[in-house]
Design a protein around this ligand. Structure first.
Ligand code: G3P
Length: 217
């Protein structure tokens, strides 16, 4: 499972890219608004920092507008993936952009049938939003498991990108469910590396070594 960051904060991406574990980055209009800078500039900077797929979302809700925006976004860099919402116009735009060789991430997926439509429209990946389903007392992880199962049994090539991740347990469960990629906020990625026994173990190794070095100096 590839690990993606879900952010438009370039400083955050630079920090975590240094770990050498980043498979890609996803953004959305809300994250762009939070960044408060020109989306085009932000996407260009991210694509230069991270060689993997970088999702950039269209704003238009009409097929023609989405296609035009998608083509402009894809022209920013080779690793741009165009994100379109899971509505009829988005499916049509996905089909058109995919037929032109542009990778499309179909976002805002909340059901297996929507995921089937995304695959049928030629999506490169689909983004089921786990946390937002959990928020309304529905099992986001169950949806992810079902999409992975249906794609596998039906032989769909569309990848599954687990999105709307809220905590480290979501990441473990998404991996167990067989997600191809998972995208998470930087705070969650920072939590993944932490374990009290790692920290305590390191302190003990260093203290023991210091003691030996002092004794033999
Ligand atoms: O970028 C898509 C998705 O990951 C958004 O997550 O936390 O706003 O539900 P969230």
């Amino acid at each position: 499972m590839e690990l993606y960051l879900d952010t438009a904060d370039v400083a955050e991406i630079r920090e975590l890219a240094a770990w050498g574990v980043l498979g890609g980055v996803t953004t959305n209009p809300s994250l762009m608004a939070k960044a408060g800078r020109s989306p085009r500039e932000v996407i260009a900077e991210i694509t230069a920092l991270v060689p993997g797929p970088i999702s950039a979302e269209v704003i238009s809700t009409e097929t023609a507008g989405m296609i035009a925006e998608g083509r402009a976004l894809a022209a920013i860099a080779e690793n741009v993936v165009v994100k379109v919402p899971l509505i009829p116009a988005g499916l049509a735009a996905c089909r058109a952009l995919s037929d032109q060789g542009i990778k499309v991430n179909v976002t805002l997926c909340f059901s297996v049938n929507q995921a089937i439509l995304a695959a049928a429209a030629g999506a490169w990946c689909v983004s089921p939003f786990l946390g937002r389903l959990d928020d309304i007392n529905q099992d986001g992880m169950q949806l992810l498991r079902e999409i992975v199962e249906v794609y596998r049994t039906q032989g769909y090539q569309t990848r599954v990108l687990a999105a709307s991740i809220r905590n480290p347990l979501h990441v473990t469960q998404a991996a167990l469910a067989g997600a191809d990629m998972v995208t998470m906020p930087a705070a969650v990625m920072r939590q993944l590396v932490k374990h009290p026994l790692t920290e305590a173990g390191l302190q003990k190794f260093l203290a023991d070594y210091r003691q030996m070095a002092e004794a033999t100096a």
